[in-house]
Design a protein around this ligand. Structure first.
Ligand SMILES: [Zn+2]
Length: 474
């Protein structure tokens, strides 16, 4: 919304990403020339160009913009023609019922758009005497569902207001021509794009210019395989310069050098920008196989960090388990969990580390610690962490004497019922589930006479041996 637009902060922006006054004139003229030769003839464009009544023009462009919000041009054309034949003016639309409106809209989808058109028409007739708002800000103020883009588009195309527009196509053109590699979804990047659009827009033909920008992006500077060879802006284009092979780059550079016109001598003065520039594509993000398609750039989804830890379920004779309570502050504060040991990724000494920590931090007898039973790997995704828990189980005949590191608030033996009702994380519930699944599997194997193959049983033997040999006391 226009009201909330903040001025760009004090971030450093290299001149590479801006247009000089001379470039504004040249680029503007090239785009309009391109548009005059190449633009598609569309019914709302014809109305905008030929209808003498300002309010009728605004109405038609408004209808087209709303239809185009979520639908392709080729689909919109026939709907627009049908709509305008039925309701040629905003008064006609205001008199229609919502049911009639929905009937004509049928097939376009997103019916809330039809409702907003009808609602807006009623508003214009009742509150504004049938006179359409006559500039961008009042369009945004009075019409439902009109934001900065739609308001600027209607104001420039229908009313001749000298305001620029930025949509996805315009973003792409600017990002490539001016080498803007900052995340396109950032507010600061968006604001820079609007600044460029408002600077570049032709005050005599703002509607044509804005449509030229959008159509140029949609048909020449396309997301994939843009037509750089026939692009009238290639000599101004930072991404084109950056992505060309050595020969091509040299020829573009020469082209700049040879320019006699002082106005164009600095079209791309230096392909390098300021080191601290906020809008540059970072060197490590440049992918040479993508060429100009390195721009525009969306922030990659935060790469999920991989973390691993060992989780040890220490289980007593009657099935009770040792749980420790996490610190009062930080991640998963106060929750109960099984004793956990953080693992260094890719460390080949992981197993040894788990054994040692079980002995040193939890006072698990050394033979039990090393002969723990591996249960399963449990994967759990925290907001941006992919955590792997290597789940182990140790059966204890004697529960006494165990300790826990001081980072925990305390420890407690819990039955499974108690565990389920205590404050534990989803991850720990998954861990218990894995233990239960493994026990169930083990039971079935026993039934099938596969007892000796079960690691659980084998280990249990070891444990009994241990306690017979050296019972733990304390
Ligand atoms: Zn820069």
């Amino acid at each position: 919304m226009v009201k909330n637009v903040k001025k760009a902060s004090a971030a450093v922006i290299g001149s590479l990403h801006q247009f000089t006054e001379d470039e504004v004139v040249t680029v503007r003229q090239k785009l309009l020339t391109w548009y005059d030769a190449n633009h598609r003839v569309l019914p709302w464009r014809t109305i905008a160009a030929t209808e003498p009544d300002r309010s009728k023009r605004a109405y038609a462009v408004w209808v087209s913009e709303i239809m185009l919000q979520q639908t392709q041009v080729s689909t919109v054309v026939s709907y627009f023609v049908k709509w305008m034949a039925k309701w040629p003016t905003v008064e006609d639309l205001a008199r229609a019922t919502l049911e009639e409106v929905n009937q004509v809209w049928a097939g376009l989808g997103y019916y809330s758009r039809a409702r907003r058109l009808h609602e807006g028409a009623v508003k214009v007739v009742k509150e504004l005497d049938g006179e359409f708002p006559d500039d961008r800000d009042s369009l945004i103020q009075h019409l439902p569902g009109i934001g900065r883009y739609s308001g600027s588009a209607i104001a420039s195309i229908a009313l001749g207001c000298g305001v620029g527009v930025v949509d996805g196509n315009v973003n792409r053109v600017f990002a490539r021509v001016r080498g803007i590699g900052a995340d396109i979804t950032l507010q600061s990047t968006t604001e820079h794009m609007w600044t460029l659009a408002n600077q570049l827009v032709d005050s005599d033909r703002p509607g044509d210019f804005n449509q030229a920008m959008m159509e140029f992006g949609a048909t020449v500077c396309t997301p994939k395989n843009p037509s750089c060879n026939s692009c009238p802006l290639s000599v101004h284009c930072v991404s084109h310069h950056r992505s060309g092979d050595q020969q091509e780059r040299a020829s573009i550079t020469n082209h700049f050098k040879k320019r006699k016109m002082p106005s164009e001598s600095s079209a791309v003065p230096d392909i390098e920008c300021l080191p601290e520039c906020a809008l540059c594509l970072r060197k490590e993000d440049w992918d040479s196989s993508l060429g100009v398609q390195n721009y525009p750039r969306k922030a990659q989804k935060t790469q999920s960090r991989q973390k691993a830890s060992a989780v040890v379920v220490l289980q007593g004779n009657s099935g009770e388990m040792l749980l420790v309570q996490r610190p009062k502050k930080g991640l998963l504060a106060n929750l109960w969990e099984f004793p956990s040991i953080a693992l260094t990724d890719g460390d080949s000494h992981q197993e040894k580390e788990v054994t040692e920590q079980l002995i040193n931090q939890f006072a698990v007898p050394s033979s039990l610690s090393s002969s723990r039973i591996f249960v399963a790997d449990v994967i759990h995704i925290f907001s941006h962490i992919r955590q792997t828990y290597k789940v182990y189980k140790i059966l204890l005949d004697d529960q006494k004497g165990l300790t826990w590191p001081s980072r925990y608030q305390g420890g407690q033996w819990m039955t499974r019922k108690e565990f389920v009702t205590s404050a534990t994380s989803t991850a720990m519930k998954k861990v218990l589930k894995a233990v239960e699944v493994s026990e169930e599997k083990n039971k079935n194997e026993k039934k099938m006479g596969l007892v000796e193959k079960s690691p659980d049983t084998k280990k249990q033997k070891t444990i009994s041996q241990f306690f017979t040999a050296a019972p733990k006391k304390k």
